[in-house]
Write a new protein. Structure first.
Length: 392
């Protein structure tokens, strides 16, 4: 255990300051069992370490960060270790990549029942379905999603400013005032194209090739997060990768699932499940018509964020698809986003109609918000696209 405390101290001391994520203030840290899900690369490890530094410091032995990749845990279960940690005065255990323990949900349940003095915060893949597939955790775990950087977080990091987040209602009602206040301090368009290219994943801060790193992360999402967690045999890996490639390089729109199934040499039902796994891994986004959900046929498939588009097809990114992807990504976790009708691109929360465009539309439909790329300020029903990057 001493070696783990030394590792904890080193990691906390050397964790970069970076941006303080909005999720830090959304979590009720008094809960005894907290799960933080997120796709690979969005900064879950850094988030845990920043929490440890902010609340305990590097050398307070009441808090300990552990990673289940450590071979030490091949000979000791989570509950056994947690019991020893509590006896040594531990009160907060931060567990990274909890799904590497085969019966992790049972182990967490044991800790919850036998160690009332202990709080556990654990991270896991976005592919994990904490409550649906792990009934042992029902009623005892609070689950949160850590997303990649919003445009607001990216802008704060690049400029040293501290813009706050706004709700969708605030943006729709007060966008003229909000954009005026923001543009007095910075020109968002000077940073927006860079964000679309590389600003979503925090590892763009590393002095390495971002696109190559992102491609590696994307492969890990499929090879580890999907195959391991969904217990898919390795021989099917090439089929999932080919399906992802076909979806990433194809036209945005309703997928022909039967044709995709033929091309990857599997059944239609299995292809539908693979598409869902790719969505759970935050590689693609599935859009349905209002009222439809999985396993209904998707109305549209698109990449999860624009960084993935630039990594997969760097010379073929279409501006219209990129701006629609940005809007969808900015809203998906906080709101319900469905395919719109002939006058609008999206229907949000079954209430608001949005048309995403790269230039002003002359003939406007009543009751539609026009979200425009390339403008700093809007007026009336026209709203700058970048402002939706301030939703979190």
């Amino acid at each position: 255990m001493e070696a783990l405390f030394r590792t904890h101290a080193y990691l906390v001391e050397h964790t970069p300051q970076g941006v303080r994520r909005a999720l830090m203030d959304e979590i009720d840290w008094t809960d005894r069992l907290i799960g933080i899900k997120g796709s690979r690369g969005v900064g879950k490890t850094t988030f845990l370490l920043q929490y440890a530094r902010e609340h305990y410091g590097a050398h307070n032995r009441q808090c300990l960060y552990i990673n289940m990749n450590n071979f030490y845990f091949q000979g000791k279960t989570i509950s056994e270790f947690a019991s020893e940690f509590c006896k040594a005065g531990g009160r907060v255990l931060l567990i990274d990549q909890v799904f590497k323990e085969p019966d992790w949900s049972h182990q967490l349940r044991l800790c919850f029942e036998t160690l009332p003095q202990l709080r556990i915060v654990f991270t896991g893949s976005s592919v994990m379905r904490l409550k649906e597939e792990n009934p042992e955790l029902n009623g005892i775990v609070r689950s949160y999603n850590l997303r990649g950087f919003s445009f607001r977080e990216y802008l704060n990091l690049q400029t040293g400013l501290s813009f706050k987040a706004h709700t969708l209602d605030e943006i729709l009602t007060h966008h003229t005032q909000l954009t005026a206040e923001i543009c007095q301090r910075v020109n968002p368009l000077h940073y927006f194209s860079d964000y679309l290219h590389h600003g979503y994943y925090p590892f763009f801060l590393e002095q390495t090739n971002f696109s190559e790193n992102l491609l590696k992360v994307m492969n890990m999402m499929i090879e580890v997060d999907i195959l391991l967690i969904q217990q898919i045999e390795l021989k099917y890996l090439s089929r999932i990768k080919k399906l992802f490639y076909l979806l990433a390089t194809g036209e945005y729109g309703a997928p022909n699932v039967s044709q995709l199934a033929q091309e990857v040499h599997t059944s239609r039902a299995t292809t539908t499940n693979y598409i869902k796994y790719l969505s759970d891994a935050r590689l693609i986004n599935i859009q349905y018509r209002s009222g439809d959900t999985f396993p209904k046929k998707p109305a549209r498939l698109m990449m999860h964020n624009t960084n993935l588009m630039h990594a997969m097809t760097p010379h073929q990114v279409k501006t219209q698809e990129a701006v629609e992807t940005f809007f969808q990504n900015a809203l998906w976790s906080l709101h319900t986003v469905n395919v719109g009708d002939r006058n609008c691109t999206y229907l949000v929360d079954n209430q608001h109609r949005f048309r995403i465009a790269t230039e002003s539309v002359k003939r406007k439909a009543e009751g539609v918000y026009y979200v425009l790329d390339g403008i700093n300020r809007g007026y009336g029903c026209e709203i700058p696209l970048w402002l939706f990057g301030f939703l979190y």
